[in-house]
Design a protein around this ligand. Structure first.
Ligand code: FES
Length: 125
């Protein structure tokens, strides 16, 4: 499915053209589903775009796109874990969500091509 997106290379990084700028609303999250374990939540706050894994580190739920945005953080709607939109840092924990480079140009949004990131705890199953 990821190969259905148009690829663009910029400064030696591959990006996917994921949507139009008008598709990402101010103060809202939007999920881009590539596969079950590869979902990226894109947010627009004060006009700027942020992209991070949509999968909460707490119970591995794919819900962060529906989280509550406050300042430059998103709060998971299930149990309230809070993540920095810019760094993916979990507030009050050393854990980090994966973040992705994202930019827009001429009304189109480009996301750093994501790769599957399997959480360490899944490797022990
Ligand atoms: S699943 Fe996100 S805080 Fe519990």
């Amino acid at each position: 499915m990821i190969d259905t997106y148009q690829h663009v290379e910029r400064e030696s990084i591959l990006y996917l053209q994921i949507c139009k700028s008008i598709d990402v609303f101010e103060g809202k999250g939007k999920n881009f589903f590539f596969e079950e374990e590869l979902q990226i939540a894109v947010f627009r706050v004060k006009g700027l775009l942020y992209a991070l894994s949509n999968i909460c580190l707490h119970q591995h739920a794919s819900v962060l796109c529906d989280g509550f945005i406050e300042d430059l953080t998103v709060r998971c709607p299930l149990h309230g874990w809070v993540y920095s939109l810019a760094s993916g840092q979990t507030i009050g924990s050393p854990s980090n969500l994966k973040t992705y480079k994202i930019w827009e140009e001429q009304g189109l949004v480009y996301l750093e091509k994501p790769t599957l990131h399997v959480p360490k705890w899944m490797n022990s199953l």
